[in-house]
Design a protein around this ligand. Structure first.
Ligand code: ACO
Length: 429
């Protein structure tokens, strides 16, 4: 193999530059030396939507989009979904290694210690309008948690970081469940720490008059697997928000509020909600061809299809599709599954989708499962946010401990006016 470098010739000046290549990347700052004269600022790379720019060096999640591969800390997602549980995966993402028995017990115990919310948080949730979107409530309430934990500002203190990580992972399900129950007009159900992380989440959502809520083991496991699949996905929109906002050294509760807001968008985590609305609109398999025709004509998108990174099947979608049948054995079958499967079959045979490498993504089937469990559509993105919290925290911590990271501050290519003098209002137009 030749030298690990790139020789660039600037045709404006005829000068050549040697730029080193490390781990398949050049450093954008190395372009700055390329100038037409001493007054020149130097060459920038222009990359709207960061299509080909690495903003960090990470050891957390690996994706090979062409081959449909996803690993957390080197472990294939299929193995983790089959053999692990959400809190163990969270530990892995945060610490880099699978825990021993003692470490897992300790970590699980620490999370359980923090599942309660300050009673004033309840009043905060109460303040939202009765039909407020649960994602809006989650974004607002998790941001408000920073006011309850002023010590979260000590982001350079390892012990404080560990505490906030525990707190946020423990409290996100409680905030999410309170938001759900507020919208339903139900009394809040407090955490039951005898249950597992996911069992307790189901308890806080669905407990009615029974003294003790007993989660169905199939549904509890389904939520656990869905949470594992959603736990991290490297530098996506919400994780970039976490890193970008966190780089200002704000406390992690405020940064998580920003990440959750990014996740809310319909092109990101909000897509699971859009998929269900779309499937309901299609209604039956007979209407699929006309719907596909509209999508191909540019009148809307096939929600839950396509991905910036995956250009073959999203491995998470494959696992989720398998869980659906297990869940339907316990719940009533969701008839929308037939519409979804037929939609997928037709789309995957269609030239438009084949050419653009559009396959179902993680959001295509998750909502159908959640809906069958009795979870309303507006909670889908909230569940995604609860699960992604461990990934956001792992990425936040990695960013803080990376000596190369500074406050995130992209450049721009300015295309506006040159300097001009202010025109008094009577002389304008
Ligand atoms: N339905 C129909 N056409 C699509 C879709 C879709 N879902 N996704 C992409 N395309 C088409 C585009 O129109 C474009 O076609 P063109 O080349 O003829 O203009 C081409 O495929 C490339 O699309 P881009 O928008 O450039 O792809 P990008 O990588 O920017 O977008 C995204 C990825 C946002 C996920 C997109 O595929 C999409 O909007 N999907 C639907 C929303 C969705 O499911 N989001 C969830 C993603 S997973 C997650 O965030 C958890």
């Amino acid at each position: 193999m030749g030298k690990e470098s790139l020789t660039v010739t600037d045709n404006r000046t005829g000068k050549s530059y040697e730029i080193s290549i490390q781990e398949g990347a050049i450093r954008a700052m190395d372009l700055r030396q390329i100038k037409v004269n001493d007054d020149d600022f130097g060459l920038l790379s222009y990359d709207p939507a960061f299509m080909n720019t690495a903003s960090c060096r990470s050891r957390i999640t690996y994706i090979d989009g062409d081959r449909g591969i996803l690993h957390y800390r080197g472990y294939p997602i299929e193995q983790l979904a089959q053999k692990s549980n959400y809190l163990e995966v969270a530990y892995l993402l945060l610490n880099g290694e699978l825990p021993t028995h003692a470490q897992l017990d300790d970590w699980t115990q620490s999370v359980k210690l923090h599942t309660m919310l300050h009673e004033s948080v309840k009043k905060f949730v109460d303040g939202f309008h009765h039909d407020a979107h649960t994602m809006g409530m989650l974004v607002g309430t998790v941001g408000a948690l920073s006011t309850f934990y002023p010590d979260a500002k000590h982001i350079h203190d390892a012990e404080s970081r560990r505490m906030q990580i525990c707190r946020v992972i423990a409290k996100m399900p409680t905030v999410a469940a309170f938001a759900y129950r507020h919208r339903k007009g139900l009394r809040y159900a407090y955490p039951d720490n005898e249950l597992t992380y996911c069992g307790n989440f189901l308890n806080m959502l669905f407990k009615m008059t029974e003294v003790r809520y007993k989660p169905d083991p199939v549904l509890e496991r389904a939520i656990d697997v869905l949470f594992i699949l959603h736990a991290d996905h490297e530098q996506n929109c919400s994780t970039s928000a976490m890193r970008g906002v966190g780089s200002s050294q704000v406390d992690p509760f405020s940064a998580i509020a920003a990440s959750a807001a990014a996740l809310y968008g319909p092109l990101h985590g909000g897509a699971n909600e859009q998929v269900l609305l779309m499937l309901a609109e299609i209604g039956s398999s007979a209407n699929i061809p006309s719907f596909i025709k509209k999508v191909k004509a540019g009148e809307g998108r096939l929600m839950g299809f396509g991905h910036r990174i995956y250009k073959s099947y999203d491995p998470r979608a494959r696992i989720i599709k398998e869980i659906a049948d297990q869940v339907f054995e316990v719940t009533k079958r969701n008839p929308l599954i037939d519409v979804a499967r037929e939609l997928e079959r037709i789309a995957l045979e269609d030239e438009y989708f084949i050419k653009r490498k559009l396959y179902p993504n993680v959001d295509f089937y998750s909502g159908i499962i959640y809906q069958a469990m009795g979870i309303p559509v507006e909670m889908f993105t909230v569940l995604f946010a609860v699960a992604r919290t461990s990934g956001w925290m792992a990425q936040w911590q990695e960013m803080l401990l990376d000596p190369e990271q500074k406050i995130a501050r992209p450049r721009q290519v300015y295309l506006g006016h040159d300097r001009r003098d202010f025109v008094p209002i009577e002389k304008r137009g």
